[in-house]
Design a protein around this ligand. Structure first.
Ligand code: GLN
Length: 538
């Protein structure tokens, strides 16, 4: 069987959930035995989202190979349980960078370098790249942005060309739109969808299937009308209603026969029915929690839902594993201080201090750590959250009042979090970070070792600063135990306080590898610890 290429575009409005639709379709095809991956083409000029403030674009998701990518890749991994890589996220900036670098190298000598064919050729090369590895039967490409935007035109043009260059049964195009409901008229409106499809068709791309986001059921008449005006097969207009959980969407798409339409058009014969039993068991647990706990997520990007997407999702997975609903309360660390922390965090069953960059809100994070450490509330620190746990311990237990991370205070007398010497030489943005998967050895007899049930693990990183080994003995003597170590560079990756009911902090980002079917073990145990607090208070 040839590799099949499915393209997903969006129209009418942004934030319709193209990533979830793409991931749901991928899940259904995977559940029918196909090897599937998803890639995202983003229309902005940044080379990658690594330099974007989370307020701009939500969380930056990091892959095993250390690519800083769009948060949709997190959804792809969570739905499929399959790792993505640098090749799965391409931006306009990366495309132009490649073409311009080649131009300077003389690769196009004598020619005028243009959007068509040079930029579109590079887009097409990348759209087909993962298909050439032989690892996948199906490549789903999500085209970021909205059809009609100036930015996404070269991507749509590349799709148009592929539509004719690939065998007909290897190419499929799905367009996701919004059907608004007008309360005053009590009617669902199809006109924006008609216009969006016209726009796509005027750029030469013909959608095979239209997926309509809607708050209300689409009647058969309405579906026929959309098919008629949008020039698609009747029956190829399907609805995607608002779902109670994103993990319900694959089931909704199955009920609309999306996977059947796709395998028919792509001429893939003899597939078994989708086996979604793992996801279905997860959803059952998610739907019927026996308890509810309150967990504080202390961070500085709390106003934007998507800024801590993977952490939020990890709590959904870990909650289900404990048959417990986790209410995650986002607390702005800038507003926390030693005098209000007990009042704000006092009724929480667990406290997580989030990752982050820069100095804004650090003192609030330190106040949250101190409160958790002294009151015995379960604590979990991630990356910057671990670094602030170390700073807090240095200040308030070791008595080094000036202890700090050199990210915040370069000239501190106690640089307990510092940059490694070889990193200091690198200056290009993004080049100084420890990114992607690194091995970690967990010490016997520690909480971390017990949680993972094994002594050698691998987790993903995204940070510049490290625990300063010069102070390790002093910390251990005072009761902060180092429980996880990078075996190659002797870097501290996990710390814990054995005398505390549950206090663990990691330099890596465990949230990046949690999935509904494989919930992340630290999150699972943290939620359990929170649940123990709840049950013991009853
Ligand atoms: N700012 C810290 C560092 O660069 C932590 C980064 C993070 O939390 N991801 O080391």
């Amino acid at each position: 069987m040839n590799t099949k290429y499915i393209f997903v575009t969006g129209g009418v409005a942004s934030s319709l959930g193209k990533g979830i639709i793409a991931a749901s379709l991928a899940k259904l095809l995977q559940a029918r035995g196909l090897r599937v991956t998803i890639q995202k083409f983003d229309p902005y000029l940044n080379i990658d989202p690594g330099t974007l403030n989370p307020y701009e674009h939500g969380e930056c998701y990091v892959t095993e190979d250390g690519a800083e990518t769009d948060l949709d890749l997190g959804h792809y991994e969570r739905f499929l349980g399959v790792y993505t890589s640098q090749a799965n996220n391409v931006t306009t900036g990366r495309i132009y960078n490649t073409v311009i670098t080649r131009e300077r190298e003389g690769a196009y000598l004598g020619k005028t370098v243009q959007i068509v064919p040079h930029i579109t050729d590079e887009i097409k090369r990348r759209m087909l790249l993962l298909g050439k590895t032989g690892d996948y039967n199906v490549i789903i490409t999500e085209v970021g942005g909205t059809v009609g935007d100036m930015e996404s035109q070269p991507f749509v043009e590349a799709m148009r060309q592929l539509q004719w260059e690939l065998p007909e049964e290897d190419f499929l195009s799905i367009h996701l739109t919004l059907i608004p409901y007008l309360k005053a008229a009590q009617e669902l409106k199809t006109k924006p969808t008609q216009h969006s499809v016209q726009e796509l068709q005027s750029q030469g791309v013909h959608p095979d299937i239209i997926v309509c986001r809607t708050e209300k059921e689409l009647t058969p008449e309405l579906r026929r009308k959309i098919a008629l005006f949008c020039n698609v097969k009747p029956g190829h207009v399907i609805q995607s209603m608002d779902a109670w959980s994103i993990y319900q969407v694959p089931f909704n798409m199955e009920a609309e026969h999306l996977d059947q339409m796709v395998v028919r058009k792509l001429d893939i014969p003899d597939l078994p029915e989708p086996d979604l039993s793992g996801l279905s068991a997860f959803l059952d647990r998610l739907k019927h929690p026996k308890h509810e706990v309150d967990i504080a997520l202390v961070g500085k990007y709390v106003e934007l839902q998507d800024a801590y997407k993977s952490i939020q999702e990890s709590f959904v997975h870990a909650g289900a594993a404990n048959e417990c609903k986790v209410h995650v309360h986002c607390i702005q660390s800038e507003h926390l201080n030693p005098s209000n922390v007990a009042q704000v965090l006092g009724h929480m069953h667990g406290i997580l201090v989030a990752p982050g960059f820069g100095s804004r809100g650090l003192e609030g994070k330190i106040a949250a750590v101190q409160f958790a450490r002294e009151s015995g509330v379960p604590f979990f620190g991630i990356c910057l959250g671990m670094q602030m746990a170390v700073v807090e311990f240095a200040r308030n237990v070791l008595g080094w009042a000036d202890a700090a991370s050199t990210e915040e205070t370069p000239d501190t007398g106690h640089p307990v979090i510092d940059m490694m010497e070889e990193q200091k030489k690198l200056t290009l943005m993004g080049h100084t970070m420890r990114l992607g998967a690194y091995p970690c050895h967990l010490l016997d007899g520690t909480l971390a070792r017990d949680i993972y049930g094994t002594s050698d693990i691998s987790e993903r990183h995204r940070h510049r600063y490290e625990f300063n080994n010069q102070y390790r003995e002093a910390f251990e003597a005072a009761g902060l135990k180092v429980s996880g170590i990078n075996p190659d560079h002797n870097l501290v990756e996990v710390v814990e306080i054995p005398s505390h009911p549950f206090f663990i902090a990691t330099q890596f980002h465990p949230e990046l590898k949690s999935t509904p079917e494989r919930p992340q073990p630290i999150f699972v145990r943290f939620v359990k610890a929170a649940l123990d607090v709840l049950l013991s208070s009853k």
